[in-house]
Design a protein around this ligand. Structure first.
Ligand SMILES: *Cc1c(COP(=O)(O)O)cnc(C)c1O
Length: 378
C-alpha cells in the first residue's frame, strides 16, 4: 500500500508572527529542540527504567519532578498527558458518579468533559454580568456555600486560574482559603498560567493544581503537570496489588518520550521566563492600548488585563467585511500577506490573540498592520 505525504510541512512559527494564544507559550527553546531530536524515538526515556517512570535517573526524571514540584510550590508532582487528564484524574478519584462539583463559568470545555467522563454533576459560579466577565471570589463563595446548604456536601471545587476566552486571572489564594474554610477539596486549573507566571500551590493552600506543558511550559507535549499536597498521595497515587511498583491512576506510566524530554529541557528556561511576567503583562497592556486607538476595536474581559491572552470586540472589522468582495476572509488574507497569522479565517466580529514573547518591534508591526488595514478599507 502506498501513502500520500499527508501534507506534513509546517513553517508557521518560522515564517510568520503567530497571534494564536494557544500556541505562544508552547514554542520550544533551542535546548528543547535538541531534546526532541534525541528523544524522538518511542519509549526513549525507558533505557534505564527499573519499573517506575518517576524514579528514572538517566535522564534524571526523578530530580526533574522534584525541581518541578519546587517550581510550583507543591509537595508532589506527576506528569500526565495534559491539563485535562490531570483534571479528570482528580475528579474521578475525589468524587463518585452522581456527586456535584462546583466550577467557574469561564471554565474550559475540557473541565466540562472531564466532569462528564467522571459522571459528576456541575454547578457553575456565574461571571460578572458586564464586559469584564470576571469570576469574583465573592460569587464563588456564595455559590459554594449555597451548594453545600442544598446538597449537604460538595467534595470538590475547580477554578480556572486564567481562562482561555478572556484571559482573566482569578484570585487563587482567596479560592484556596474559601475551600479550606468550607472543607472542600480545591483544584486550580493553571493551563494558561503555569510556566507563564508564578504558581504557589502550598502558599495558596490548594490541594491540587494542573498545568499544560504544550500550552504554557515550552514543551512539545502532549504533557500535563499534576501537583498535589502529600496527604493525597495514597489516594491519587495508589499502587496496583498485582504490579506493586505501578500507580493505577497513572496506568503505570504516563509520558514516556519526547513530551517529557522537551518539558525537562525547557524547565530552566521556563523558570527564568516566569521572572519576566510583570513585564509581559505591561507589554500586553500597551498592545491593548495601541489597538484600542482604532475606532471600533475594544478589549473585553478584565481591563486593564493581567494576562497576555486578550480578547477584542471588533465591529469596525465586521463592517468592512460586509462590503468587501472577499467577505469576512479579507482580514485573514490581509494579515497573512503581512506574515501575521493566528486569527481564525472568516472571523471578524471579535478575536482573541496573544503577543506573548514577541519583541517590541514585532508588537508595533502588528498594531501598525491593523491600523493600515482599517485605514485602507474603511
Ligand atoms: C488549553 C486549556 C486546557 C487544555 O489543556 P491540555 O493540556 O491540552 O489538556 C485546559 N484548560 C484551559 C483553561 C485551557 O486554556
Amino acid at each position: 500500500m502506498e501513502c500520500e505525504n499527508y501534507n506534513l510541512t509546517r513553517d508557521m512559527e518560522r515564517e510568520n508572527l503567530n497571534l494564536n494564544p494557544l500556541q505562544r507559550g508552547g514554542i520550544l527553546p533551542e535546548a528543547a529542540r535538541e531534546a526532541l531530536y534525541d528523544f524522538g524515538d518511542g519509549y526513549s526515556v525507558c533505557d534505564y527504567c527499573a519499573g517506575r517512570l518517576d524514579e528514572i535517573n538517566k535522564p534524571s526524571i526523578n530530580n526533574f519532578l522534584g525541581d518541578l514540584a519546587k517550581f510550583i510550590d507543591s509537595d508532589l508532582v506527576r506528569t500526565v498527558h495534559g491539563a485535562r487528564e490531570g483534571k479528570f484524574t482528580v475528579i474521578n478519584k475525589i468524587c463518585n458518579p452522581g456527586d456535584s462539583v462546583v466550577i467557574d463559568s469561564n471554565a474550559h470545555y475540557t473541565t466540562y468533559i472531564a466532569c462528564e467522563r467522571a459522571g459528576v454533576e456541575i454547578i457553575e459560579v456565574p461571571s460578572t454580568d458586564d464586559n469584564e466577565k470576571k469570576i469574583t471570589m465573592d460569587n464563588y463563595k456564595k455559590t459554594l456555600e449555597k451548594s453545600i446548604d442544598e446538597l449537604g456536601e460538595i467534595k470538590l471545587a475547580l477554578l480556572t486560574h486564567v481562562d482561555g476566552d478572556y484571559g482573566n486571572l482569578t484570585d487563587a489564594k482567596k479560592f484556596g482559603k474559601i475551600c479550606k474554610d468550607l472543607g472542600v477539596v480545591s483544584l486550580l486549573n493553571c493551563a494558561y498560567s503555569m510556566g507563564r507566571l508564578p504558581i504557589k500551590a502550598n502558599e495558596w493552600e490548594l490541594d491540587f493544581v494542573v498545568g499544560s506543558g504544550h500550552k504554557s511550559m515550552a514543551a512539545s507535549g502532549p504533557i500535563g503537570v499534576l501537583g498535589m499536597k502529600s496527604e493525597w498521595e495514597e489516594i491519587i497515587l495508589n499502587r496496583s496489588p498485582k504490579y506493586p511498583k505501578k500507580e493505577v491512576e497513572m496506568l503505570g506510566c504516563t509520558s514516556r518520550g519526547a513530551p517529557i524530554a522537551t518539558l525537562m529541557a525547557s524547565l530552566p528556561y521556563v523558570i527564568e521566563r516566569v521572572n519576566n511576567w510583570d513585564s509581559e503583562v505591561q507589554k500586553s497592556r500597551k498592545f491593548v492600548k495601541e489597538l484600542e486607538k482604532i475606532d471600533g476595536i475594544r478589549q473585553i474581559g478584565e481591563n486593564p488585563t493581567k494576562h497576555d491572552l486578550v480578547r477584542f470586540n471588533t465591529p469596525i472589522l465586521h463592517e468592512i467585511g460586509l462590503k468587501h468582495q472577499r467577505k469576512g476572509f479579507y482580514l485573514y488574507e490581509e494579515l497573512k500577506s503581512r506574515k501575521i497569522t493566528g486569527i481564525k479565517r472568516g472571523q471578524t466580529e471579535w478575536f482573541k490573540c496573544s503577543t506573548y514573547g514577541m519583541t517590541d518591534k514585532q508588537r508595533t508591526y502588528i498594531v501598525d498592520s491593523f491600523k493600515e488595514i482599517v485605514e485602507k478599507l474603511s
